[in-house]
Ligand binder design. Structure first.
Ligand code: SF4
Length: 297
């Protein structure tokens, strides 16, 4: 099949746009969409230090490569990568993330659950079972990433979240019947490094292809605890539905953005945990998780 824009061979067919694209036009299309997202959200400004939360997987490696291409000639914006080792045997390998950051040419730092909390995710799962593994993992990783980022002078946290991730999050909040998360406005909170998501309008399979073209050695293995996540079920439902209705993921992401009305005052607001000093809701969830794990409750 030929590219819809030139005579070269196509490497991908976009069902939602009806376009076949060659490698060159695919790269151009993806990067234009990511740049537009950054511009429209005003995500990067002069003086920023942007840190990519680098797991070593395809999405975060791709966003690191893209941001390096976008920013490497700017003297007013710094780019770095931070990797958190949750302690998941056979899955998380910080050496892989380090090699990716070094090949791209970006400074890299790491932190681990073991050093920070004195316990690995594998040990937490051994004590608590797999039912809440992603919940514990997410809470503790976010808190650790945020602390390291602040120490490094980071002003923006870049995630490799894709259109699929964002659409799944909206649908999960609907299925949980969680109006607060659906409508919670995006706003800056003192002590919490703001997140940016340059790939939030780009389908996961396109981000994977971009990583395949540009990043050597990214991790293809899946987390052994991922099968327990509600997200896995939602992904299956959404992928099957989107096959017949290609614009569905965009519709969900647009719905999520429309519901987060920035004019709406937050319910309760965030405060700082009196024990660890991290920004939190009512009681710091990271401290609750650690208490539960240590008590074996
Ligand atoms: Fe953590 Fe769950 Fe992701 Fe595994 S799938 S890394 S347990 S959040």
């Amino acid at each position: 099949m030929q590219c819809s824009k030139c005579r070269r061979d196509a490497v991908i067919y976009q069902r939602y746009s009806g376009l076949h694209l060659c490698e060159q036009h695919f790269n151009r299309d993806l990067e234009a969409k990511a740049k537009r997202a950054i511009r429209e959200h005003r995500w990067i400004a002069s003086g920023d230090t942007v840190a990519v939360a680098l797991s070593g997987g395809k999405d975060s490696s791709a966003v690191l490569y893209f941001l390096h291409r976008l920013l490497h000639e700017r003297r007013d914006v710094r780019l770095m990568a931070i990797t958190v080792d949750e302690g998941i045997g056979g899955y998380r390998d910080p050496a892989r993330a380090r090699a990716i950051a070094e090949r791209i040419g970006v400074p890299w730092v790491t932190a681990s659950f073991r050093e920070e909390y004195g316990v690995t995710l594998d040990e937490i799962v051994a004590r608590k079972g797999t039912g809440l593994s992603c919940s514990y993992c997410g809470v503790l990783r976010r808190a650790l990433l945020n602390r390291v980022a602040r120490e490094e002078g980071v002003t923006k946290f870049a995630y490799g979240f894709t259109l699929d991730d964002e659409a799944q999050s909206v649908l999960m909040n609907v299925l949980r019947g969680d109006p607060y998360r659906l409508t919670r406005p995006v706003r800056e909170v003192a002590g919490l490094v703001p997140r940016i998501k340059p790939f939030m309008y780009i389908p996961e399979r396109e981000v994977a292809l971009y990583a395949f073209f540009h990043v050597e050695g990214f991790d293809l293995a899946g987390c052994p605890y991922a099968a327990d996540a509600l997200r896995g079920d939602v992904r299956g439902i959404l992928d099957a539905y989107t096959y017949r209705h290609p614009a569905t993921k965009y519709s969900l992401v647009n719905l999520g953005e429309a519901l987060r009305n920035p004019e709406q005052p937050p319910e309760g607001g965030l405060r700082v945990c009196e024990r660890c000093g991290e920004p939190c809701g009512e009681v710091c969830r990271a401290c609750q998780v650690l208490d539960e794990v240590r008590r074996g409750a």
